[in-house]
Design a protein around this ligand. Structure first.
Ligand code: SAT
Ligand code: MN
Length: 605
């Protein structure tokens, strides 16, 4: 069983995998609308998907996954480089030979009773010299349909691949073979947790994923290729593959700046990328909401592309208030996963901006009636429920979002959920100081990963902790090396933001969402050299008047948001010194230790 493409190496690989996994048949995906429709029809006919109300939500469907398969699984995610040192202290490592043996055991016969799909896809505009081609083999129609939205799939990719083009091998199975005559019976297919393996072989640029059908575990173009494998490629080739949104901001005078921003999963990257400014005359447009690939242009500036073609966004909390552009993006042709279903076959989730209209079916398939008095009520939508929507449906998508040369980046932001200590915004004094800031990012844990305790703070350097495909110490060094290839005047300015400050009583100090434009305005001004700022031990900070105060934020609050909490910072840095940096041993660049020492000293002065 194989395919008859022009690419002999691909044909041979497909044949080898088909022999191992033993599917019913093999299909080479062409990326057409008819193919997408057929995938959806197979899922609907099999009881895995529910078509939504054609009048309210045309072309859209709802999937509900198995309760064991609702998010990325970090403790089942592996970087299988030849040595443990190459994977580094922050990744799970297994010897690649051993892991391949284990996986081959699992893959043997795993597609029995299913169709094996071969998906040629491009991360980045097809044919762009920044783009990379992947081939995902999968036995999941859900994956094929999602890949159609999230990447560029099909014949046009095969054309670029030609007869000997390079591609990244991405092998995926849900890990649930079917016996003769057996069907899924409407149950989301996946393997038990201890059989899930999200495996990466950075040296041979391969991805082998087994046992999960959800999100980043299964849509292998996203975190697996565009971050874990791409970060390793970028390290070797001298560019950056980052967990960053890209936005374009235009001032009332018509001046444009492009901003890339790294936040851990489920910290509001999609909301920031689609922000509607609350300050008159300013405009924000979206280029990407999750991943940025950045390379130097001939002018010594960093240019970024969004390698994806869609949004895989967190549904709960998305509303006309928090993100009207996302709400417009998901009006049609959208795949919803693990949200609530209304009686008239529309979707609903916690924080959608209105009460549940009558009786729902929750994400687990049970009847659900909203009980607002009951704070303990289990939610109708899983907290990591998602929408998959084409980026081109976003009303604020920037015209240059598919420009193959990318956009020149003026500023890079780091951030996380930090209820205390970290001010609303501060700016690095230099590129390397910015690398120091990125290296100590910490955030309160969210629901985007299954196996972590929500609510506690963990260090998530550059928001890449679960996504860096090699030794994080080498990754820090790589950022420093990248900076050496240009000069401070051309490099993006680096900022650290925190929308998530709370008072001791637990009240938000900053309204966030559209009001974050006030911080972006200061970032813009700093790039222009027109912002008002003061030098502090932790970096440059806006004067209290430099940021327009939003309604509901008192002058007192503003002062607290923009002050340096010396005691808090000294505790923060002590934690970095005692618990974070030691993990990297002699891989920790000296430059970062120097910043730790000098910032600490300045705070003590
Ligand atoms: O499941 S994904 O990895 O695609 C989403 C996320 O964790 O950001
Ligand atoms: Mn993400």
């Amino acid at each position: 069983m194989s395919i008859q493409s022009k690419h002999a190496k691909l044909n041979a690989w497909v044949k080898e995998i088909a022999e191992m996994t033993q599917p019913e048949k093999v299909v080479l995906c062409n990326g057409s609308q008819a193919e997408y429709d057929e995938m959806i029809k197979i899922c609907v006919d099999g009881g895995l998907a529910i078509p939504l109300n054609e009048k309210k939500r045309p072309g859209s469907v709802l999937f509900s996954s198995d309760p064991s398969d609702v998010a990325r699984v970090e403790n089942r995610t592996y970087i299988a480089s030849k040595t443990k040192e190459a994977a580094g202290p922050t990744n799970n490592w297994i010897d690649p030979v051993e892991l391949k043996n284990t996986l081959k055991g699992l893959y043997r016969g795993c597609m029995k009773g299913r169709t094996m799909y071969v998906i040629p896809f491009s991360m980045g505009p097809v044919g762009s010299n920044i783009a990379k081609i992947g081939i995902e083999i999968t036995d999941s129609e859900y994956v094929v349909a999602n890949m159609h939205i999230m990447t560029r799939v099909g014949d046009k990719v095969m054309d670029v691949l030609g007869s000997d083009g390079e591609y990244i091998e991405c092998l995926h199975s849900v890990g649930k073979p079917l016996a003769k005559g057996e069907t899924d019976g409407g149950k989301w297919p996946c393997a038990p947790i201890e059989q899930k393996y999200i495996s990466h072989f950075p040296e041979t640029r391969q991805i082998w994923s087994y046992g999960s059908g959800y999100g980043g575990n299964a849509l292998l173009g996203k975190k697996c290729l565009a971050l874990r494998i791409a970060s390793a490629v970028a390290h070797d080739e001298g560019w950056l593959a980052e967990h960053m949104l890209i936005l374009k901001i235009t001032s009332p005078a018509g001046v444009v700046k492009n901003v890339a921003a790294a936040f851990p999963s489920a910290c509001g990257k999609t909301n920031l990328a689609m922000l509607i400014p609350t300050i008159p005359g300013w405009k924000v447009e979206t280029i990407g909401d999750d991943i940025a690939w950045m390379k130097y242009g001939e002018d010594g500036r960093l240019y970024a592309i969004n390698p994806e073609a869609g949004f895989f966004g967190v549904a709960p909390g998305t509303s006309d208030d928090s993100n009207p552009s996302a709400m417009r993006s998901i009006e049609k042709n959208t795949i919803f996963t693990n949200v609530g279903l209304t009686e008239d076959k529309d979707i609903w989730w916690e924080g959608i901006g209105y009460d549940a209209p009558g009786k729902l079916i929750d994400w687990k398939g049970n009847e659900w009636v909203q009980d607002k008095g009951n704070k303990e009520q289990a939610p109708a939508a899983h907290p990591n429920a998602r929408f998959t929507a084409p980026a081109k449906q976003c009303p604020v998508i920037a015209p240059e979002w598919e420009d193959p040369k990318g956009v020149a980046i003026d500023a890079i932001l780091f951030g996380g959920r930090r209820p205390s200590t970290i001010p609303l915004v501060h700016q690095a004094k230099s590129w390397n100081h910015g690398v120091f800031m990125g290296s100590i990012v910490g955030s309160e844990i969210t629901a985007a990963a299954l196996d972590l305790k929500a609510g506690t703070i963990r260090r998530d350097p550059f928001a890449m902790l679960p996504f860096c495909g090699y030794n994080m110490g080498d990754y820090f060094k790589h950022w420093i090396e990248v900076g050496k290839k240009s000069t401070e005047d051309k490099l993006p300015k680096i900022f650290f933001v925190n929308w998530f400050r709370k008072t001791a009583e637990g009240k938000w100090l900053w309204p966030g969402y559209g009001d974050n434009s006030r911080v972006l305005k200061w970032v813009f001004q700093q790039c222009e050299g027109t912002g008002d700022f003061v030098e502090t031990p932790i970096g440059k900070m806006p004067t209290v008047e430099a940021i327009d105060r939003p309604e509901g934020v008192s002058a007192e609050d503003m002062k607290e948001l923009l002050s340096v909490d010396k005691a808090g910072w000294l505790k923060e840095l002590a934690d970095v010194r005692d618990n974070h940096y030691p993990k990297f041993g002699d891989k920790l660049p000296k430059e970062l230790m120097d910043f730790l020492n000098s910032v600490e000293k300045a705070l003590q002065a």
